[in-house]
Design a protein around this ligand. Structure first.
Ligand code: NDP
Length: 465
């Protein structure tokens, strides 16, 4: 009997996704470049074995799948995808569908969609190994008709919000991978905001790991309820077996990154979309990687004297500040999505995207449900302007100001929180200060300016000539 679907790449994500697909009742053929990994995988699949067809050559793999074929690639992003497709293509029929489910750069997906002979979809899969195994969020991009061909199986394996699948078509071309990159950018920012709150609790308030864990657990019962807050509490409360102390005390303060946050920041620059909290989060990871250099600077400038008085930094205020920062960071993510949609002629829909992100993915949270509802209102220009979120921002911004003022006065670094506040203050200031920049540009480069009083363009100051 032929398999309904095929999957190439039995690494962390591919193996989990294959088991998820089999568990949902779909027969699946699997292939991995290194055959021993396929054997190891099959040794561990238990009662799902009858639904899985292991293969050790691409020819056998292709033959094992019913036509027209659907083949999911879950290999490392970049060249491995091109290499794998090049080997696969000669074996395929014209209407066999190839789906790249890795973290491709959406420009690569656009290129593949234009150049490949095969029908092609790019889908973003979020939720890590656990998500892939039991229900990820899935962001599809490419021709809608191709998405419709595989929607039933992608709905079946995806996370569910109540009964609604967190898998949807986002838009044309590489839109699915673009939305996944923005998801990851927001993820960076959300994590950085939480890490800054952790730093304030640890260094500013001198709380021990258990008190920090309890605070995150408490926040997880309120408006901040989310996967990232939940796991932050678990991480903070975990004990290291070797030292019998908090595990966080033995984890090097230098964050890794695979590049999707950086792509988001770079793309935002190309699109002229302001996403300062996400950019601050990417920069913070870059600074975190400079551990030795930070040590040398600390020797020159001294460690920041922190030690806040508890009254200066009530934990309720910190929670409010985090709520405010989080809304502003998502506002930026959705603005970036809107900018890409305009620029590339995609039909990205913020509400639809927020609905997909409600479960399965790393940034899943209760707040995304409210965001989906707010963005469904076609009269809403941006999240910040949606009445419910405007009210949240109005009621929490004072706390954000207070937290930043206290942190900054003590020398505690809060790059993402302070970027969020500057963004709010900039975006709500109608008469800004770029008139000075335009004056400077005209002075040194005769770039011209628009007069505010009569709207005339290409005007010059009296310094000209
Ligand atoms: P792993 O490192 O666990 O597995 C990599 C897979 O890619 C292996 O099957 C490997 O085969 C295959 N591969 C590597 N190079 C080639 C090549 N040139 N030709 C064919 N196959 C190749 O990676 P993950 O499972 O973690 O990641 C897979 C994709 O999913 C990536 O795009 C990643 O960014 C994305 N992703 C990962 C997440 C995660 O949490 N890990 C979350 C969301 C997306 P072999 O065994 O032969 O080396």
């Amino acid at each position: 009997m032929s398999a309904e679907i095929g999957l190439i790449g039995l690494g962390t994500m591919g193996a989990a996704l294959a088991l998820n697909i089999a568990e949902k009742g779909h027969d699946i053929a699997v292939f991995n470049r290194t055959p021993s990994k396929t054997r190891d995988f099959m040794a561990d699949v238990g009662e799902l074995a009858p639904r899985l067809t292991p293969t050790e050559t691409l020819e056998d793999f292709v033959q094992a799948i019913a036509t027209p074929r659907t083949i999911i690639l879950m290999v490392l992003a970049g060249e491995p995808v091109d290499e794998q497709i090049a080997l696969l293509e000669p074996l395929l029929d014209a209407d066999d569908l190839v789906i790249d489910a890795g973290n491709a750069n959406f420009h690569d997906t656009n290129r593949r969609m234009r150049t490949l002979k095969q029908p092609f979809l790019g889908i973003g899969v979020s939720g890590g190994e656990e998500g892939a195994r039991h229900g990820p969020a899935i962001m599809g991009g490419g021709p809608k008709s191709l998405w419709n061909r595989v929607e039933p199986v992608l709905h079946a394996i995806s996370a569910k919000h109540k009964d609604e699948p967190c898998a949807d078509w986002m838009g044309e071309e590489g839109a699915g991978h673009f939305v996944k990159a923005v998801h990851n950018g927001i993820e960076y920012a959300d994590m950085q905001l939480i890490a800054e709150a952790y730093g304030i609790m640890r260094d500013g308030l001198g709380l021990d790991a258990q008190a920090i864990a309890d605070t995150f657990a408490k926040w997880n019962d309120g408006p901040l309820r989310s996967y990232l807050i939940e796991i932050s509490g678990i991480v903070a409360g975990t004990t290291d077996a070797a030292t019998n102390g908090p595990i966080l005390d033995v984890i090097l303060d230098s964050a890794g990154q695979k590049g999707t946050g950086r792509w988001t920041a770079i793309e935002a620059q190309h699109l002229g979309a302001p996403i300062p909290v996400i950019e601050a989060a990417v920069a913070a990871r870059n600074m975190s990687a400079r551990k030795d250099e930070r040590g040398r600077m600390e020797a020159i400038f001294g460690a920041a004297p922190q030690g806040f008085a508890p009254a200066e930094m009530p934990l309720e205020g910190l929670e409010q500040a985090l709520i405010c920062g989080k809304i502003l960071c998502y506002d930026q993510g959705f603005r970036l999505i809107a900018a890409a949609s305009d620029q590339f002629g995609w039909s990205l829909d913020g509400a639809r995207i927020a609905r997909v992100w409600r479960e399965g993915c790393i940034i899943r949270s209760d707040m995304l449900d409210d965001m989906a509802a707010a963005l469904s209102d076609s009269g809403v220009e941006t999240l910040m302007a949606a009445p419910v979120f405007a009210d949240h921002l109005k009621s929490t911004q004072a706390a954000l100001r207070q937290v930043i003022a206290t942190a900054v006065s003590h020398g505690a670094p809060v790059p993402a929180l302070s970027s969020a506040l500057s963004y709010l203050d900039t975006m709500r200031t109608h008469r800004g200060t770029a008139n000075m920049i335009q004056g400077q540009r005209d002075y040194f480069g005769r770039h011209g300016f628009v007069r505010l009083d009569d709207g005339q363009k290409d005007q010059h100051g009296p310094w000209a000539g």
